[in-house]
Design a protein around this ligand. Structure first.
Ligand code: AMP
Ligand code: MN
Ligand code: MN
Ligand code: MN
Length: 277
């Protein structure tokens, strides 16, 4: 499989990734990525370090973010590409989301405590080390404290939707998130659309609403997508006139299925989101 030139979805330890922003950039370069977007959850804190590393590594860095959205009581992720992290509307919005993340982590802590697991918030906060706190940090706590044997089990038993430690996030509305991205001069992209397990009708409703508020793109190629899902998302992109994006959603170098630059090329017939770059 040919390594792609573009990888437009990745995480560093500024959110729930395992590598520093500079390490993500250098790993991307070593794996043949020429255009990389760092898209940490609800923060732009890693972008400065990534930009400096990208200049040295000869990679083009696209400043990005992955915003947590609540849509019809579900969590949806919207990636912003080419954003100005200094934009006040975006910065203030992301700060609000980080506060909600801390509140949710405390709610998860309380639920886990009722099941005999103490110290989850503190454990996660320590592992986040000042970064934006997420379920990834809670999962690492559960693994390292011996409550589960692995990351996947942490989600299956405790942190996944509907499990005993699950507390629903209350994020921002779709129009608001797209508005921040546009105010910051970026392009909004629906992240890993097949992962939400929406019915086809519900996914079309999401796309229509997203288009109406100024959203431009959809991830067609993602490590979260099967080949069939790539084809289905290609169809949606074409039908709704959305630009197509591709990204590994890299978090962890030990997960070889979602490594940087590992994804196949966009299918023919897609209009790439980088068309006008
Ligand atoms: P959060 O945004 O804090 O709710 O956490 C979502 C993140 O948790 C995702 O971006 C993934 O990194 C990770 N995640 C979610 N579900 C799973 C799962 N079932 N197994 C492993 N990691 C997951
Ligand atoms: Mn994540
Ligand atoms: Mn996501
Ligand atoms: Mn992601």
């Amino acid at each position: 499989m040919r390594a792609m030139r573009h990888d437009l979805h990745s995480h560093s330890w500024a959110s729930d990734g395992l590598l520093s922003p500079a390490q993500v950039v250098r790993r991307a370069a070593a794996r043949g990525v020429e255009v990389l977007a760092l898209t940490d959850h609800d923060t732009t804190a890693g972008l400065g370090e990534a930009a400096r590393a990208a200049e040295e590594a000869g990679v083009r860095l696209v400043p990005g973010v992955e915003i947590s959205v609540t849509w019809h009581r579900r969590t949806i992720h919207i990636v912003g590409l080419g954003i100005d992290p200094e934009c006040p509307a975006l910065a203030a919005g992301l700060e609000r989301l980080c506060e909600r993340r801390r509140a949710r982590a405390r709610a998860i802590d309380a639920r886990l405590a009722r099941h005999g697991i103490e110290g989850a918030y503190e454990g996660a906060r320590r592992r986040a080390a000042g970064a934006v706190i997420g379920r990834g940090h809670l999962a690492r706590f559960l693994v390292e404290a011996g409550h589960v044997t692995g990351f996947d089990e942490a989600f299956k038993r405790y942190l996944g939707r509907g499990r005993v430690g699950f507390a629903p996030g209350e994020w921002v509305g779709l129009a608001e998130a797209v508005g921040w991205i546009r105010a910051a001069g970026g392009q909004a992209v629906i992240a890993h659309p097949a992962r939400y397990r929406l019915t086809s009708a519900k996914l079309r409703e999401l796309i229509r609403e997203f288009r109406a508020c100024g959203g431009e793109g959809i991830e067609v190629v993602s490590s979260a997508h099967s080949r069939e899902e790539v084809n289905a998302m290609t169809g949606h992109a074409r039908r709704f006139g959305l630009l197509a994006s591709c990204g590994s959603d890299f978090h962890d170098p030990a997960n070889r299925w979602a490594d940087l630059g590992r994804m196949p090329a966009l299918p023919a017939g897609c209009e790439p989101v980088w068309r006008g770059w």
